[in-house]
Ligand binder design. Sequence first.
Ligand code: C2E
Ligand code: CA
Ligand code: CA
Length: 446
Amino acid sequence: MTKILVIEDEQPVRKMIVKILKRQDFAVIEAENGVRGVQMALSEVPDLILCDIQMPELDGYQVLKTLRQNSLMATIPFIFLTARAEKADFRAGMELGADDYVTKPFTQAELLGAITARLQKQAAMKQPFTQALYQVEEKLNELANSSVSTNEISPERLALEVLLRHALAKGEFQVYYQPQADLTTGKIVGAEALVRWYNPERGYISPAEFIPLAEETGAIVQIGEWVLLSACALASKFLAAGFSDFHVSVNLSAGQFADPELSAKIIKILQTTALPPTNLVLEITETSLIRDTATASATLNKLKTLGVRIALDDFGTGYASLMYLKQFPLDTLKIDKDFVSNVTRDPQNKAIASSVIQLARKLNLKVVAEGVETEAELAFLKRYKCDFIQGFLFSRPVTAAELENMLAENKCLSFPDFRENRAEVIPFSAPVKTEKSENGSQSQQK
Ligand code: C2E
Ligand code: CA
Ligand code: CA
């Protein structure tokens, strides 16, 4: 069933449109303002959007601009509803990527005519051949503008790169969320957003494979922005539902720091999704900062003044960790899973993990231990008073809907009897939420 989102602040007009559309057997969802409209577009992914131009706070132009930056929303037909039939208004909307206009007051036939025309055009676009042509054209444009010569790119990489471009337009990305639990209360305090790419021909492609490629081609800027927007919209929804302290952590990579618009974009995303800055954590790594430390530091300081929190990811695996502790406005250290793994048996890991926790405490930073897979590791971290954990023992990365269920059910980390000699053998209830592995079965390993 074709799903249409109606964004209109005037209730009588909105109700009338909804009635007309329902009579034609469309599935209709409605939003009473622009902010809500953006949230619903991201969570419901409609087939077509009808949107009023004049609305308080976020007007129709801003709604369109926000959605068109998002790869998933980039191709959804968008029709403006306007009371003013002025040429300048038309042009402004078309430049932002609107597909059509319907001027108020309109007849039922005018409205349905515009919708049908757009849906037909969209269906033609989706034909594999048209799509392939579109891709090749895009690819050629891009190569023409790129300084990299084609013979330097291997055919396999080129093929993956074409798929990556395709993925952006086709909405093949999804954001999964891995919950983080408080080691004192056991409660879920937040989640890390982790991007997933499912391609119908290739199956799941790991972020470890496509993030570096996205970095090289510059696609990371768009992908990263889309992840941020999706994650902030979800966190905002959870806060509105009463999960008051929930924060979302989003990974930032080097290519995003090279974007001079980064802080402005993040501020805009926070406004659009109505997420308080303190509920967003940006995860940075040493490698994401090294390209231009001065610019990265300025960007992070600006965001920090707004209240956004900063976590240093994969701590200890880079080359300049201690210097970075002084240079960047950090709130949190994430102990890399390489150090957490087997922490009770490996004397080096034990020394490193406990020292990082002590160091963080002295610097007034919080500590998240990543990749916690066993009860013994959990017991160790609790004993050393680590603040939060994240790992397969508690939960794999899950979909937004699964995370919502976990919060609604108040799923908590259980602490079995942690007396040292028993820690390894005490049974622990298996994590209930799972992520599908590449072959579609429940994966046991990462
Ligand atoms: P990361 O930021 O260090 O993310 C943690 C990775 O560890 C995730 O892998 C997660 O699935 C995995 N993990 C979590 N708990 C466990 C555990 O108990 N055991 C094991 N073995 N693994 C665990 P994932 O999702 O494959 O992501 C890999 C990397 O790709 C991430 O490492 C991050 O650097 C990058 N990445 C993922 N999503 C994004 C994104 O949206 N933007 C950017 N820039 N990078 C991303
Ligand atoms: Ca991370
Ligand atoms: Ca990490």
